[in-house]
Design a protein around this ligand. Structure first.
Ligand SMILES: [Fe+2]
Length: 207
């Protein structure tokens, strides 16, 4: 019997189930991370749309901003980037070629900056008074900085880290990642749950 719980549903009595290589291909960790990136791109687009609205002098839309910032803090940082910082980045730093391993340093710096910028945004998100013109500008510029860094991280990972992981990190080394990823998603919510939460905002903040 497989240790990987999702496979239990497709392996019936008397069946051996897929072999280890096939199981791995069906649950490849980089595909999980690529799926996260799709939802992160949606969240970043919404956050940027809210910032562009606030930049014009309009009041901060409190509920929508709160939801997108919660997504940034509770999913992007606490789930997605934990998966990458604890599993993917160290593995590629160790196993990937020099060019990709060298990119991990830039990813760590960007990660730290996004964490700090997110904390700044959370301060704006709970203002007691309406934002002043300076605060509105500061909010919008901070969002610009977060979104630029999210886009840069996704670019580095999709062009360099994910292909390097698929090519250089042995499947056996990645088998534990599947369960680690599932555990994080179970605790904080996975990308599909967050996509459902963000969809109503997509209608209010069209591209
Ligand atoms: Fe990522």
């Amino acid at each position: 019997m497989s240790k990987l719980s999702p496979m239990r549903t497709v392996v019936g009595p008397g069946m051996n189930g897929p072999n280890a290589q096939l199981r791995f291909r069906m649950l490849r960790p980089t595909d999980n991370l690529r799926a996260d990136h799709q939802v992160i791109a949606l969240g970043a687009r919404l956050l940027q749309a809210i910032a562009d609205h606030v930049r014009t002098g309009a009041p901060l839309p409190a509920d929508d901003t709160a939801l997108v910032l919660r997504f940034l803090r509770d999913f992007v940082l606490a789930v997605h980037m934990r998966k990458e910082a604890e599993a993917l980045w160290p593995a590629v730093a160790m196993r990937g070629d020099d060019a990709c391993a060298g990119m991990v340093g830039e990813l760590l710096r960007l990660h730290e900056e996004i964490t700090t910028l997110t904390h700044s945004l959370v301060l704006f998100w709970e203002p007691i008074e309406p934002l002043s013109a300076d605060e509105q500008r500061g909010f919008a510029e901070t969002v610009d900085q977060v979104c630029a860094r999210l886009a840069r991280i996704a670019e580095i990972e999709e062009q360099c880290l994910f292909p390097a992981c698929d090519a250089s990190v042995p499947a056996d080394d990645q088998l534990d990642w599947v369960q680690q990823f599932q555990q994080l998603e179970h605790e904080r919510g996975g990308c599909q749950q967050w996509e459902r939460s963000l969809q109503p905002l997509a209608a209010r903040w069209p591209a």
